[in-house]
Design a protein around this ligand. Structure first.
Ligand SMILES: [Ca+2]
Ligand SMILES: [Ca+2]
Ligand SMILES: [Ca+2]
Length: 125
């Protein structure tokens, strides 16, 4: 008897939450990350020199990683955009590539087999 009442109470509170959610959905501007960027660092765990800070808007056709400061050095990446970031082993989006998922952080590119190799990248939105 007691168990049944508890179950009913849980169901009712669940309904209340569902109804509240329908009346007050989170607005799109609230839930979307504010102007997210992708950032790339020389060393693991987002340390060392930060060589890249780019958004899909300022890098619509892909971007080069600077030949002196960044090529074959990137070891960690924070992708705070809503797009996949495709890293390429060579300049001009050549060579092998690896996809870094939207909204994901990669503290050590060695774990995805791409440490100290990226030379260019594109957003896949
Ligand atoms: Ca490195
Ligand atoms: Ca390379
Ligand atoms: Ca490059």
């Amino acid at each position: 008897m007691f168990r049944k009442r508890v179950a009913a109470a849980v169901m009712i509170s669940g309904l209340a939450v569902a109804t509240f959610g329908a009346i007050n959905p989170a607005s799109a501007s609230e839930s979307a990350p504010a102007a997210g960027s992708v950032r790339m660092w020389e060393d693991p765990n987002y340390t060392g020199s930060q060589y890249v800070d780019a958004t899909p808007a300022n890098c619509p056709d892909g971007c080069d990683i600077d030949g002196w400061d960044g090529d074959n050095e990137i070891s960690s990446v924070r992708n705070e955009t809503t797009c996949t970031v495709r890293l390429y082993a060579d300049d001009n989006f050549g060579g092998r590539s690896v996809d870094l998922a939207a909204g994901e952080s990669y503290s050590n590119l060695e774990l995805v087999g791409f440490d100290n190799d990226a030379e260019s990248f594109q957003f896949v939105c």
